[in-house]
Write a protein that binds this ligand. Structure first.
Ligand code: EPZ
Length: 446
């Protein structure tokens, strides 16, 4: 997939201090395309998905669909996938196991496989270690639909001896994955499903667009209520994926931290309203164009901000990590209260080593107490700036934290060695080529 040979690296040496300037293009959102690929399992005819990025999370889902008999081929356009579920079959345990620990998406195969095959086996999940990330909501939801769930040492086995039936479901927290679990299961379950406490992220709305194209009947009401009328059959879809707003926000933060100017082709305003407000408060400049958004440093001092991460339409947790790097350069004290994941500040140790002044607290330093208060989770950060960062040897801990480390090294004085950068390709397509395009000074170590 894609033109040219992609650059791969485990470690890179970055010579910092160079502003990132230029234009990069986005493809579809990681957090939509992977689920859209799973949705293709529900159709009786082939699906076409466009703007699929060449990232390792996509490769994992592709592999798992492949072992279940979905024939996947590349289309003519860069990033176009054709998914043919005509010969879906149970996979061999060893083939499924080969995908253990590599992604969180396999949990979303449950509903579609139960509909297609009456049974499913899901390997142990992977994904970033940014909290415990339990799957209790997913399993409770599946049981409510009538699935029998059996936990095994190597994964989860599910069956639906009496079929799946729509139900009234209320999520304890608007979980993105659990909402998708409900959608992907309810569309072909018998009767009506009413989901309360649903997540309503734009990526979920785009998944609903896809399911509607396939023949599903889904209404999104006010107050996080989604109603699904089950249908007996769905067809394939043809869809261009929503752009990756998390990648867009990451490059915006990179422009700010490196005092650069980046045009993010494909970024759109409406899905980024909340981010743009915060970016402007920090002092970042942006221009909205028809084909993307230009993000640039104002050339003057940056301002500190108080941020609380939240579910949509709040400030996304995935935006927090790259922005923290830019906040180390702001004049004054910023506070970030992380309310979605309890352990998402592991990446700041490296920033502190590079000269940032950041303290992490257990207390909720936000407008309201969150689920993590009084529970020993270091989930509030106080960032005092401005700091001049200097190069260091750092190890990438997770996807967004890894991108933050890259930005930190690029904005630092001197040379940094950043290892374990392979993780970043889980969610950022061709990031090394994009860095080259933007004028970053780095060499690949291996
Ligand atoms: C999705 O994760 C995204 N991943 C995450 O992106 C994103 O940060 C997150 O949604 C929030 O927007 C994908 O789409 C693949 P959740 P997901 O279920 O679905 C708790 C990135 O960097 N919870 O909304 O796994 C959970 O522990 C990543 O791109 C339960 O307690 O997130 C967390 O505290 C990282 N039990 C909260 O809910 C459950 O069964 C939100 O999680 C499920 C979730």
């Amino acid at each position: 997939m894609g033109a040219g040979v992609a650059l791969h690296a485990d470690s890179i040496t970055i010579r910092g201090g160079q502003p990132l300037n230029g234009r990069i293009e986005l493809k579809g959102a990681k957090n939509l395309v992977t689920k859209a690929m799973v949705a293709a399992l529900l159709g009786d005819t082939p699906s076409v998905l466009k703007d699929v990025p060449d990232i390792s999370d996509v490769r994992v889902v592709r592999g798992l669909l492949d072992v279940h008999g979905v024939k996947i081929t590349d289309g003519e356009e860069d990033g176009e996938l054709h998914l043919d579920p005509g010969a879906v079959e149970s996979a061999h345990m060893a083939d499924i196991d080969a995908h253990a620990g590599s992604s969180r998406i396999p949990i979303l195969f449950c509903g579609p496989l139960l509909h297609r095959l009456g049974e499913a086996f899901i390997p142990d999940l992977g994904g970033c270690r940014i909290g415990d990330r339990p799957i209790d909501f997913h399993l409770d939801v599946l049981r409510t639909f009538g699935a029998v769930v059996e936990k095994l040492p190597s994964g989860i086995r599910l069956s639906a001896p009496t079929g799946l039936r729509g139900a009234k479901i209320e999520l304890p927290y608007p979980s993105v994955g659990a909402t998708e679990q409900v959608l992907l299961t309810a569309v072909r379950s018998e009767g009506i499903t009413e989901l309360r406490g649903a997540a309503i992220e734009p990526e979920i709305m785009d998944l609903i667009n896809i399911l509607q194209k396939m023949g599903a009947i889904i209404s999104v009401d006010t107050d996080r209520v989604i109603r699904i009328e089950g249908v007996t059959a769905l067809s394939g879809y043809s869809h261009r994926a929503l752009f990756d707003r998390n990648e867009a926000a990451s490059w915006a933060a990179a422009a700010l931290a490196t005092e650069g100017d980046i045009f993010v082709g494909g970024a759109r305003q409406s899905e980024m309203l909340t981010f743009l407000n915060v970016f402007r408060k920090v002092g970042g400049e942006f221009e909205i164009h028809e084909d993307g958004i230009r993000f640039y440093h104002p050339g003057t001092a940056l301002n500190p901000v108080i941020i609380e991460t939240d579910v949509h339409p709040g400030f996304m947790t995935d935006w927090q990590q790259p922005l923290v790097v830019a906040l180390t350069k702001a004049q004054g004290v910023s506070i970030v209260h992380e309310t979605v994941y309890e352990k998402r500040f592991g990446f700041v140790d490296a920033l502190v080593e590079m000269g940032a002044t950041i303290q992490i607290h257990r207390e909720c330093l936000g407008g309201q107490a969150c689920r993590f208060g009084q529970r020993n989770f270091n989930h509030s950060a106080v960032i005092s700036g401005p700091s001049t960062l200097h190069g260091a040897d750092i190890v990438v801990p997770d996807l967004r934290g890894g991108f933050s480390h890259l930005i930190a090294a690029l904005s630092a004085e001197g040379t940094s060695r950043v290892s374990n950068v392979g993780i970043i390709s889980r969610g950022y397509e061709r990031f090394l080529e994009k860095l080259q395009l933007l004028g970053a000074d780095f060499t690949i170590e291996g």
